[in-house]
Design a protein around this ligand. Structure first.
Ligand SMILES: Cc1cc2nc3c(=O)[nH]c(=O)nc-3n(C[C@H](O)[C@H](O)[C@H](O)COP(=O)(O)OP(=O)(O)OC[C@H]3O[C@@H](n4cnc5c(N)ncnc54)[C@H](O)[C@@H]3O)c2cc1C
Length: 394
């Protein structure tokens, strides 16, 4: 299928960059990316960028595609995408929390049996009781006395998100994509449920194919086309702490089951902490992403530090050297909303969490829909139609 006026992508984060790259690999028609700030400088820059096989079958398949693509990029990188293997340790500090964690491991066999014949993650996952934990893993800084139980997944690590975004951007540029920085899409124009153009910094341009990849601004952009997306927001506060001497040992990615705080030890020895509300979509709300500064709200900061000092008492002597606030998007089933909407010509790539892991497959899916009119085998798991916004023009 050809779009007479080319393909127009709103947002130059890792998702917009991947879509641009995948389109440009397959078409010679013009591809434009509009970024109101600078490339990969919003949610993508703030991301912890962990990579691991949690999530349902749709996410599992998307992540396998991502690993394959990222491995390919790492063979001859333009940027410095890195990968640090950490493993992931979810810890509970109450009996109830430990029970919940244990159940996720105990019921895993049934879930895998249900998934027989489908793609499913079979990499190892272990439940470790408080007795087992200090005998099973090197955890020099974790106060294992406060931990009642934990789940360990070895096959987890993190990458440099902006660098992978740069890989997409540079390769897309080579293919002829134009990235317009400091350029804002101010309106979308729809007639008879069909997209006819967009306004760029107030100037109308005809267009038959626009993709919103605007991170936490996706609600605003979709509403320009009259489309409501089932996406809410949660705050993603980040504190960065520095010990007087770099920590001599690595740590797994530690998440605290009861509070939703998570801790990462960077390769440079600093500690980063963020928070993910435990209620997910039910705890989510809508924020104006432009209204947030970079200061972590005091209540979250205090709760976070209390959790950190409980789990890693040594961190009490660390200095807070940086902080920022990202906005995560959240969908009811934790999967992103990707693909066509009921407005012909207007597509969406709106993330729950996990955009670093799922952006490669998102680019591939959007390209297949726009260029081949192929819904793809991901359609049921990702289409907005699973939330009643039926795509009735097809
Ligand atoms: C603290 C934190 C930790 C995270 N941890 C992980 C993790 O461990 N693993 C993982 O996979 N994911 C993680 N995520 C999520 C992941 O970072 C995001 O899903 C991903 O970065 C989203 O990318 P994006 O391109 O959709 O959004 P963004 O990077 O926000 O890019 C959207 C862009 O659109 C631009 N824009 C918006 N409106 C307009 C407009 N009208 N005109 C032009 N441009 C516009 C914005 O300026 C922005 O640059 C984390 C996120 C945060 C904040």
């Amino acid at each position: 299928m050809s779009a007479g006026d080319g393909y127009h992508i709103v947002g130059g984060g890792i998702v917009g960059a991947s879509i641009a790259y995948h389109l440009s690999e397959r078409t010679d028609e013009p591809v434009h990316v509009y970024e109101k700030g600078t490339l990969a400088n919003e949610t993508t820059r703030k991301s912890f960028a962990f990579f691991g096989f949690y999530g349902d079958e749709t996410q599992y398949r998307m992540k396998r595609y991502a690993i394959e693509q990222y491995n390919e990029f790492m063979k001859s990188p333009r940027a410095s995408p890195g990968y640090v293997a950490t493993g992931r340790l979810d810890v509970a500090t109450t009996e109830d929390g430990a029970d919940a964690l244990r159940q996720t491991v105990e019921t895993r066999g049934e879930r895998l049996a249900d998934a027989r014949g489908k793609s499913a993650d079979t990499s190892p996952v272990n439940y470790l009781s408080s007795d087992e934990l200090p005998k099973s893993m090197f955890l020099p800084f974790l106060d294992t006395d406060v931990v009642v139980g934990g789940v360990y997944r070895p096959n987890v690590g993190y990458v440099r998100p902006c660098e992978f975004a740069t890989e997409f951007i540079e390769r897309a540029r080579d293919n002829g994509v134009t990235f317009h920085e400091r350029t804002t899409v101010t309106d979308l124009h729809v007639e008879d449920e069909t997209l006819v153009g967009l306004s760029v910094d107030g100037e109308f341009e005809p267009a038959e194919a626009v993709v919103a990849a605007a991170g936490p601004w996706n609600q605003q952009v979709s509403q320009m086309a009259g489309v409501d997306i089932p996406v809410k927001h949660t705050l993603a506060p980040v504190l960065e702490l520095e010990p007087s001497e770099p920590l001599a040992y690595t740590l797994p990615w530690i998440t605290h089951h009861e509070s939703g705080f998570t801790i990462r030890r960077n390769a440079d020895g600093k500690i980063m902490m963020t928070h993910h509300p435990v209620g997910g979509y039910d705890d989510a709300t809508e924020y104006d992403p432009d209204a947030w500064g970079e200061t972590v709200p005091e209540e979250i900061r205090n709760r976070g530090l209390e959790t950190l000092y409980t789990l890693l008492p040594e961190a009490e002597s660390f200095d807070i050297v940086d902080e920022r606030v990202g906005i995560r998007s959240s969908t009811p089933d934790m999967n992103p909303v990707v693909g066509w909407t009921r407005v012909r010509g207007f597509s969406i790539a709106a993330f729950s969490t996990s955009g670093i892991q799922l952006s490669p497959a998102t680019g591939k899916i959007i390209a297949a829909q726009l260029l081949d009119d192929d819904p793809t085998s991901y359609y049921e798991g990702l289409s907005i139609s699973r939330f009643d916004e039926y795509v009735d023009w097809r």
